[in-house]
Design a protein around this ligand. Structure first.
Ligand code: FES
Ligand SMILES: [Fe+2]
Length: 266
């Protein structure tokens, strides 16, 4: 850290995830313009290795003046890292993060923002803005980490033999997410037919029931991967397949969800 840098803000919070999950999130630069799309317009990797990455990041609304080159320095042994702005907006500034394990799924993080500014009034104003932005970013990250940690620990249940009665098909509100055998299943109209698909992204378990379906495809909001709901596979080259889900059938005007071979019983 340069000697002339001053501390603009210190932001502390408890995060409902393990240190391992936070490290995963820190190294995951690809989520920045997806999960944090209201803050960042674009991100690309310049280089990376085990100790960190260097990325080009453009903040919203995405004009060239918002571009930065950021470098992550990870100190895994001491549960700490820093992100230095090498170029662009705020060049020379540095964010330092210290983590401390509280329990299996609780970590305390202390984030300090260092900038090249000596004027106390300007320091305070910039620090206030930093805390506002970082509160939002950590809120978004924490929701992602908690969901990922919860779903990763979920036991897989045996397949239920009993189909689920969803009621009269004409009254079925779509799109809709239902839970069947412990998994979230999304029901939606695709090409005019009611289609069931897994609402859990096979990449990092992100939610596939939070974005609109466009041209028969759905986008995961965590890293922007896209899936074709006619084939249940990636349509952006990532080579992933959605988890199998029960089928939706209609009998005597009622919609049923069940595994193939299990007949609806009214
Ligand atoms: S969790 Fe990464 S794209 Fe869905
Ligand atoms: Fe993040």
């Amino acid at each position: 850290m340069t000697a002339s840098l001053s501390i603009a803000a210190v932001y502390e919070r408890q995060v409902g995830a393990s240190i391992a999950r936070i490290w995963e999130n820190v190294f995951d630069w690809q989520h920045l313009d997806a999960l944090h799309e209201t803050s960042f317009a674009a991100v690309s990797l310049i280089d990376n290795d085990q100790s960190g990455w260097r990325i080009a990041l453009t903040s919203q609304p995405g004009d060239a003046a918002r571009g930065q080159v950021l470098k992550l320095y990870a100190d895994r042994k001491n549960h700490a890292y820093r992100v230095v702005t090498e170029q662009g907006l705020g060049a020379g500034s540095e964010i330092r993060v210290q983590m401390a394990r509280q329990s299996e799924h609780q970590t305390k993080v202390v984030i300090t923002y260092h900038i090249d500014e000596q004027d106390p009034a300007r320091l305070a104003a910039i620090g206030k803005g930093f805390v506002t932005i970082y509160t939002r970013l950590w809120d978004e990250d924490e929701a992602m980490m908690v969901r990922r940690e919860t779903l990763s620990a979920r036991p897989s249940l045996p397949r239920s033999a009993k189909p689920l009665d969803l009621g009269p098909v004409q009254d079925l509100p779509l799109p809709k997410t239902v839970t069947f055998d412990g998994q979230a299943v999304r029901l939606a109209l695709v090409d005019g037919r009611i289609t069931a698909f897994s609402a859990v992204c096979p990449h990092w378990l992100g939610p596939l029931d939070e974005t609109e379906i466009e041209d028969g495809t759905v986008r995961c909001p965590w890293h922007n991967y896209r899936f074709d709901l006619r084939t249940h596979t990636s349509c952006d080259g990532h080579g992933l397949t959605l988890a199998p889900v029960p089928e939706l059938t209609v009998k005597d005007g009622r919609a049923w969800l069940g595994w193939p071979g299990e007949a609806p019983t009214a």
